[in-house]
Write a protein that binds this ligand. Structure first.
Ligand code: TTP
Ligand code: MG
Length: 425
């Protein structure tokens, strides 16, 4: 028995009990909670299907809709062809962020350590609370999972599934086994039997491309992967092969980390129903996206940010991204922030709207920093500047014109650069 075998059976090192929790059909679950008439009908959240001519994709579908073969990321027109009688709703992000927060607050009460990995999933290290005598009690873990699932339902109205295993990689795979509203427990000595028959795609980190490469080498299941030597895998996949080999053995030492570091960016994008040649329409859509992102960011994060990136895809799929980093961070609590951001997005976008039809537009914030008060200071500077401009008299007794004052020094967001009225209104 080699070292990895020990990891595979969950032996060696400290035994752990890890939960992976993933919400069931998350966006659709929130919509069904808010409108119970949607519960028993096929429901698709995504782009407007426009009677089968719609563009864009499915975000998610409830389980009744999945019976028709509808899946996340499928084109919305294909979803419509599969179930034209389904209810199609656009995503309403203003609902999903608070729902996610509410779920995480419930999970927090249960976990020794909680690691939120996305809007609808989290890992929980449950080792201490499930080891009353210092020895992991898997029966206790299972009953705590049931209680957690009931609490999530009771307190948020939403359904989740839970995977329980000795490591993160196996817990994540386990969650998917019994959806919706399932609990799947994989004991340490069941890890091998659990993993072996599954397709390699079940492993987190094995996307379609990697799976295709492995398939060409005759490696279809996780068992095949576990039996392939690391040296061979290294030759096929490089260092990623080594990682996949380890997790194929259930050997995943990654700890559950409470704070994975705050997110690096926040943004959104939209595909037009018809390619847009009208600059004002693209501008308006970008402004709508910007307002949504600002609203979402102010609910979830509230850190100031310095960089605004605009993404544009033309009808021929040429895609451009253009970013601007301000010297002084944009601060959410300042009333002028939305207008500053709007004028910046407009200034970036204007030269890109060169007559070519636009398929997609996106906006993103990054360069997050804690609130600095600099924007407030800059605003104060503007006020002082205004006073000076109205009343300044130089040392020779001459009136100093407003234009001679260093406006640029007080204009962090670039308001002076083309404040496009239609956009910033
Ligand atoms: P998932 O957890 O992958 O899917 P889900 O919660 O809808 O369904 P499941 O029961 O299988 O877990 O994603 C969470 C949310 O993220 C999902 O509700 C919508 C969104 N999402 C997209 O917008 N596009 C995508 O391609 C995927 C996969 C998810
Ligand atoms: Mg989910």
């Amino acid at each position: 028995m080699d070292g990895t075998e020990g990891g595979r059976a969950g032996r060696g090192g400290n035994p752990r009990i890890i939960f992976h929790v993933d919400m069931d059909a998350f966006y659709a679950g929130v919509e069904m909670r808010d409108d119970p008439s949607l519960c028993n009908v096929p429901l698709v959240i995504g782009a407007d299907p426009r009677n089968g001519k719609g563009r864009g994709v499915v975000c998610t579908a409830n389980y009744p809709a999945r019976k028709f073969g509808i899946r996340s990321a499928m084109s919305i027109s294909q979803a419509w062809r599969l179930a034209p009688h389904a209810v199609f709703l656009p995503p309403d992000f203003s609902k999903y962020a608070p729902a996610s927060d509410a779920v995480m607050q419930v999970l927090e009460k249960y976990a020794d350590v909680l690691e939120v990995v996305g809007m609808d999933e989290a890992y929980l290290d449950m080792t201490i609370c499930c080891s009353p005598d210092g020895v992991p009690d898997w029966d206790l873990a299972h009953s705590i999972a049931r209680s957690l699932q009931a609490a999530v339902k009771r307190e948020t109205g939403l359904s989740c599934s839970v995977g329980i295993a000795p490591c993160k990689a196996v817990a994540k795979i386990a969650t998917d086994r019994r959806k919706p509203h399932g609990i799947t427990l994989v004991l340490p000595d069941e890890v091998t039997a659990f993993l072996d028959p599954l397709p390699v795609r079940a492993l987190n980190g094995c996307g379609p491309k990697t799976a295709g490469i492995l398939k060409d080498e005759g490696i279809a299941t996780i068992g095949d992967l576990a039996r392939t030597s690391p040296r061979t895998l290294d030759g096929i996949l490089g260092s990623h092969g080594d990682w996949l080999h380890r997790i194929a053995h259930g050997d995943d030492p990654r700890p559950v980390v409470a704070d994975h570091g705050p997110r690096k960016s926040r943004g959104n994008e939209t595909t037009f129903g018809r390619d847009q040649r009208e600059p004002s329409k693209v501008m308006r859509t970008a402004r709508g996206l910007l307002d949504e992102i600002l609203a979402d960011h102010s609910k979830r994060d509230r850190r100031a940010f310095t960089t605004i990136t605009v993404k544009l895809r033309y009808e021929d799929f040429t895609t451009l991204t253009r970013a601007h980093t301000a010297d002084i961070p944009y601060e959410l609590h300042q009333p002028e922030t939305a207008a500053l951001c709007a004028s910046r997005v407009a200034a970036i976008l204007a030269p890109l709207l060169d007559g070519r039809a636009v398929r997609l537009v996106g906006v993103r914030f990054s360069g997050f920093v804690e609130q600095t008060g600099q924007q407030l200071l800059a605003r104060f500077g503007l006020a002082v500047q205004g006073l000076l401009a109205r009343s300044s008299v130089d040392s020779h007794g001459r009136t100093v014109s407003r234009a001679s004052l260093p406006f640029g020094a007080f204009d962090p967001g670039g308001l002076r650069q083309g404040l496009l009225a239609s956009f910033a209104a």
